[in-house]
Every structure is written in C-alpha cells, then in structure tokens.
Design a protein around this ligand. Structure first.
Ligand code: FES
Ligand SMILES: [Fe+2]
Length: 452
C-alpha cells in the first residue's frame, strides 16, 4: 500500500477502473483533496466527511478497496463448498473453502450481466450458478458452464470469464481478512502492535475461538465512521449514554458502582488507524457469571502476562481500521458495512473459546445478546447516538461547524507496560489516529491508479 507523503500531494488525476480493458472518463471518479477536512494534530474534524456523497465514493475507492477488511471467522468453513456472503465496502463477496480446503473470496457478481451468483447468506454448494441466465462457476471461481455456449464467437474462452477473485486472503487467530490490493503489506504488518491487544481476546488458552449463534445483522442510520471511531476511542460516553443500562446491571439497582464509572485505564492508538481502550484493574473479570467462574485467570496470566489480563482481556473496546470492531468481555465482533454516507449495516458475531463447556458458551452468547445484540441494552444506546448525530448533520450550518477530538491531546506515550503509544482511558487519541490514517488514505492514489 502506498502512503508516501510525496504521492499524497498529486491529486486530481483521473481514477482508472481497477479491472478490465475499458477506459473510464475521469469525470466519473473525480478526487477531492481531504487534507483540509481532518486536523489530526489539532483534534478537529469537518462534518462533511460523514455526509458528502463524493467523499463517500472516494472512501470506497481509497479506504475500503486498498485496506485489509474483515470477512469471516475460520469456524464458518469446515468442509469444501461451505460459503458465506459478505461485503468489502459496498462490493458483495463470497467467501468459500475450495476443494483443496483453501479459503478464497470472489466478487459476488456474474461476469455476464452482473447479477449476484450467490443470493444465499451462507451454506454449502458445489457451484455458484447465476439465476439470471445460468452461467455457473466452480469453487475455484472458474466459469464451468454457459447455456448456449455455441452462440458465442470463436474467441470466447471461459477461462477469461471467471469470477473476480480477492487477491490476498489471510487470517489472524481465526479472523479472516481480505484485500483487493495485490501490493498491500502483509496482514501481520497491517495489524502490527494491534495484534498484541487482539490476542487478549483471541488467544486465551491456545484452543482458539469459535462462533456461536450465527451472524446478527441490522441497519442503522448513521455514517459507518461514527461507529468505528467510537469503538476505537470512546470510553467517555459510557457513564452518560449507558447510565440506565449500568443501573439495570448494578446489584442493588441503585446506580453504577464507582469503580465501574470512574475507572482508570489506557487507550492504545495505532499508527495504522487501529485503536483500543480498556480499564486497568487487578481484578478485571468477565461480566457473565458462568464465564467468570469457568475462566482460569492464573493460566491466562501465565500465557498472556499480567498487563493483558488486567486490561484488554476482559472489558474495553477496539477497532481494527477501517471497519472491524470488537468487545472482548462479550466476545462480540462486528463489521460496520457502509451503505451510503448516512447508513450502515451492522454484522455481528459472538466468539467463545473453543475449550469452553457448552453451558459456558451459551452463557456468553446470552450475555452478549442481552447487552450488545441488536436489541441489547447497551447497543441501543450507541445506535441512538449515531443516528441522532447523523440526522441533523445535513443542515448547512450544522455541517459547517467542526467537531472536537481534543481530549488527551499530546498525552500519548510509551508507558512501559502496554506496547505502542497509549494515553489515559478517557481520551480521543485513537480517534485522532483513526482519522489521520483515513485522511492519508483518502489523499493517496490506490494501487490501480498506477505509478503516479
Ligand atoms: S447475469 Fe449471470 S448469467 Fe446472465
Ligand atoms: Fe457504547
């Protein structure tokens, strides 16, 4: 992935299409210089980045297309032909296991007239057959059958008309990511130090994680970045936005205990735009009682170290840039699929340790459902806030007033305990890192734009 500052200055070039021999006129993909819309050093953001349609189109081209994006969990693919349909940005893709048990992903769009070749959410198949005219593709993406093939000219070769394949697929402890960018850095480079924080959720005991309860999907009015940045950087809202939910969960029903609402902790800001925040306490624990009772905290300390067990292993929030987020105490992982500048679709999985007994897995599933499922007591508070922010942001004056991301400005440091740059838990540090990364990508020609 190119991100050099010298490239960032050369804007306004036509953006060629990534695939195919046709030539697209530049007017279809004009480029906006976004350097004036984000001041990461000063902690200011222009609201146009949440509302403008042209900026949104540029995001799809320059943020989503070149980045590693979360696709699925390896547990969803147990035998050849298992498939799962998802999105990369707004591009529909099929993720599947081929006959050699390799995980591959294809653009879910027929090479004939562009219909989806797979309309099911998930399942098992031998072929992907388009229901429009019947072109059929194998698990390796190859075009294997064309009705009335004799009607095509001699030069027509099915080998030229296979599904468009996602060139790079990789996984990190069960989480499968893909990128359209054939020149992208490796997934482990892209995750960098963030992997240390992710492993606090994914590597409790070496057994790995699995999915329980399928994938929950719901639609929210709001720009996808509102959710992604909140999960990267925002513990600040917890006391206020979730006050009623915290009261509900407090033992006496009186109100959240002081240690819950005024905890100290750290917030990690990653140079690639990832972020994580977590309270730090020697007795951090899982909230679901059966999970807490089953979990071997001493073994986890030996495996992952005290810092992770006392911080990011249980409570907290995190985003892997651009649109994958998780909540470790719940085992909730989710993608914020963009659906235009003012709408997102949330897709959420519940992960549990493979080693958990069934009743503990069930307890974790129910706990996550009740708190951060589509009707969960916390989830609804968050969705309400994002929709509220979005609903008024089309007003011209409203949209012209910059937003404040200045909490903890300049406080980032290496604290000797948590790797990378961290600040206090209550901080906008990871939010600034998120938008710094976003802005850099928006102003950097993507791989298909050539050696500009
Ligand atoms: S669009 Fe798929 S066969 Fe025609
Ligand atoms: Fe929240």
């Amino acid at each position: 992935m190119t991100s050099s500052p010298e490239l960032a200055g050369r804007l306004g070039r036509p953006t060629p299409t990534p695939f195919g021999p046709l030539s697209r006129p530049p007017e279809l993909a004009s480029t906006i210089d976004t350097s004036g819309l984000v001041d990461a050093d000063g902690g200011l953001v222009d609201r146009a980045i949440f509302t403008d349609h042209q900026i949104y189109q540029q995001e799809l081209r320059r943020v989503f297309a070149p980045s590693w994006l979360f696709l699925a969990h390896t547990d969803q693919f147990r035998r050849p032909g298992d498939f799962f349909g998802t999105y990369m940005g707004e591009d529909p893709v099929i993720v599947t296991m081929d006959r050699n048990r390799k995980i591959r992903a294809y653009l879910n769009s027929c090479r004939h007239r562009g219909a989806r070749v797979c309309r099911a959410d998930a399942g098992t198949t031998r072929n992907f057959t388009c229901t429009y005219h019947g072109w059929s593709y194998g698990l390796d993406g190859g075009l294997v059958s064309v009705p009335n093939k004799a009607g095509y000219p001699d030069g027509f070769d099915t080998a030229d008309w296979g599904l468009v394949e996602v060139p790079l697929i990789d996984s990190h402890r069960g989480l499968i990511f893909g990128t359209w960018n054939p020149q992208a850095p490796s997934l482990s480079e892209a995750l960098g130090t963030m992997a240390w924080y992710m492993d606090a959720m994914l590597d409790h005991d070496g057994s790995g994680t699995e999915v329980v309860g399928g994938v929950h999907k719901w639609v929210l009015d709001g720009n996808w970045k509102l959710a992604a940045e909140q999960f990267a950087t925002d513990w600040y809202h917890v006391n206020m936005s979730h006050a009623s939910a915290l009261m509900l969960l407090s033992p006496e029903g009186k109100g959240p205990r002081d240690e819950i609402v005024h905890r100290s902790g750290r917030q990690y800001a990653d140079p690639n735009g990832h972020g994580a925040g977590f309270p730090v306490h020697p007795r951090n624990r899982f909230d679901a009682q059966p999970v807490h009772q089953w979990f071997d905290y001493d073994a986890a300390r030996a495996r992952l170290g005290d810092a992770r067990v006392e911080g990011p292993l249980t409570n907290g929030h995190a985003t892997v840039f651009p649109n994958f987020s998780y909540l470790p105490v719940n085992g909730s992982v989710r993608v914020w699929h963009p659906k235009g500048p003012d709408r997102m679709e949330v897709w959420a999985w519940t992960l549990v340790d493979r080693s958990m007994p069934d009743d503990v897995k069930e307890a974790q599933r129910l706990y996550n459902l009740r708190t951060f499922g589509p009707s969960g007591v916390f989830e609804q508070d968050d969705g309400e806030n994002w929709s509220e922010v979005q609903a008024i942001s089309r007003g011209f004056v409203t949209n012209s007033v910059p937003l404040n991301y200045q909490m903890g400005l300049g406080s980032e440091r290496e604290d000797g305990r948590y790797p990378g740059l961290t600040s206090e838990l209550y901080s906008d540090s990871a939010g600034r890192a998120f938008y710094r990364r976003w802005q850099r990508l928006m102003n950097t020609p993507a791989w298909y734009e050539g050696d500009v």
